[in-house]
Design a protein around this ligand. Structure first.
Ligand code: SAM
Ligand code: DTB
Ligand code: SF4
Length: 323
């Protein structure tokens, strides 16, 4: 099977070229993605990240999928910023269970200067001192805040594009696509690695997924880390009743992301509890090489570590930290 020439030299990748990949017969697509994966990564190693919600709920944004938006009546209550000690205890426990990256999430529209931001800087310093890679997702950042986080030892900043530009307005109205790109720019110019991906299953078409993947791949350089979330429908949110996306569309998106961003770490993020072992196995073959571990993401469930360990053992895969 000849591999497609994806773009003309010096030109951005087009949505059409990405759609051609997504439209391929599934197993041809997975085969090519697996070949790309094996040229750029050790296919037996899976990176483990641990998430912790350091500030839960009460968010002013209207992201239609999110349990933490103050605009919807969801099972998630607002909580205050977690104390440093508690965060560091969680980070220590995460390291013990094999995580090599610890990601702190806050339900903020944007990071605001002041006491809470200073506390987050302390958390970053503390987690870094434990010998873990550090990641945070705090909403929008300006250049100064990005630099302060970098100086405190932040390795990665997560800020997603979530979906294609043409569909975005149906999901979020309180923050623009270009504002998201500006935060990513601030993260880059502060010298941090970019963690940026999206959500599948919001009701978007394959064309929209091609749009999202081309936006991600056209970031220059492309993100080092690409989380692919499957919507976790949360009761009370506008998308609470959405039916799940077929597993094959999810595998297509992962395989395409791997072909477009060969050196990125691609993370199977939210929604794994609803995906079968077989679908996850195909995703690992297609180039996914990271997962969130532990039984909770930010506010929704994630497979227990014992379940993931069993799956990895069946597939002959190992955590990076155990290498
Ligand atoms: N408030 C910050 C922000 O929006 O940038 C950081 C946290 S936010 C929860 C991070 C990402 O989690 C979102 O951009 C979205 O991609 C993902 N996410 C949130 N709720 C989700 C859900 N119910 N299902 C799948 N992914 C979700
Ligand atoms: C990302 O893309 N996925 C993670 C992380 N970045 C912060 C968050 C998933 C959240 C899933 C819904 C929840 O648990 O609230
Ligand atoms: Fe707020 Fe982030 Fe949830 Fe949007 S995704 S409502 S910004 S916490």
């Amino acid at each position: 099977m000849p591999s497609t020439r994806l773009k003309a030299p010096g030109q951005p990748l087009t949505q059409g070229a990405v759609l051609e990949l997504l439209d391929r017969p599934l197993l041809d697509l997975v085969f090519e993605a697996a070949s790309v994966h094996r040229r750029h990564h050790d296919p037996r190693r899976i990176q483990f990240s641990q998430l912790l919600s350091i500030k839960t709920g009460g968010c002013s944004e209207d992201c239609a999928y999110c349990s933490q938006s103050a605009r919807y009546s969801t099972p998630t209550d607002e909580k205050r910023l977690k104390p440093l000690k508690e965060v560091l205890e969680s980070a220590r426990a995460a390291k013990e269970r094999g995580a090599d990256r610890f990601c702190m999430g806050a339900a903020w529209r944007e990071a605001e200067d002041g006491e809470e931001f200073e506390s987050v800087l302390e958390m970053v310093r503390g987690v870094k001192a434990l010998g873990l890679e550090t990641c945070a997702t705090l909403g929008m950042l300006n250049k100064e805040q990005a630099q302060e986080l970098r100086d405190a030892g932040l390795d990665y900043y997560n800020h997603n594009l979530d979906t294609g530009r043409s569909f975005y307005g149906k999901i979020i109205t309180t923050r623009s696509y270009d504002e998201r790109l500006a935060t990513l720019e601030a993260v880059r110019s502060a010298g941090m690695s970019v963690c940026c991906g999206g959500i599948l299953g919001l009701g978007e078409s394959r064309e929209v997924r091609a749009e999202l993947l081309s936006e991600l791949a056209n970031l220059d350089p492309h993100p080092e880390s690409v989380p692919i979330n499957a919507l976790v429908p949360v009761e009370g949110t506008p998308l609470g009743g959405r039916p799940p996306l077929d597993w094959s569309e999810w595998v297509r998106a992962i395989a395409t992301a791997r072909i477009l961003m060969p050196s990125a770490v691609i993370r199977l993020s939210a929604g794994r509890t609803e995906l079968t072992e077989e679908a996850q196995a195909l995703a690992f073959l297609a180039g996914a090489n990271s997962v969130f571990v532990g039984d909770e993401l930010l506010t929704t469930p994630n497979p227990e570590l014992s379940v993931d360990t069993l799956l990895l053992t069946k597939l002959g895969l190992e955590a990076v930290s155990r290498a």
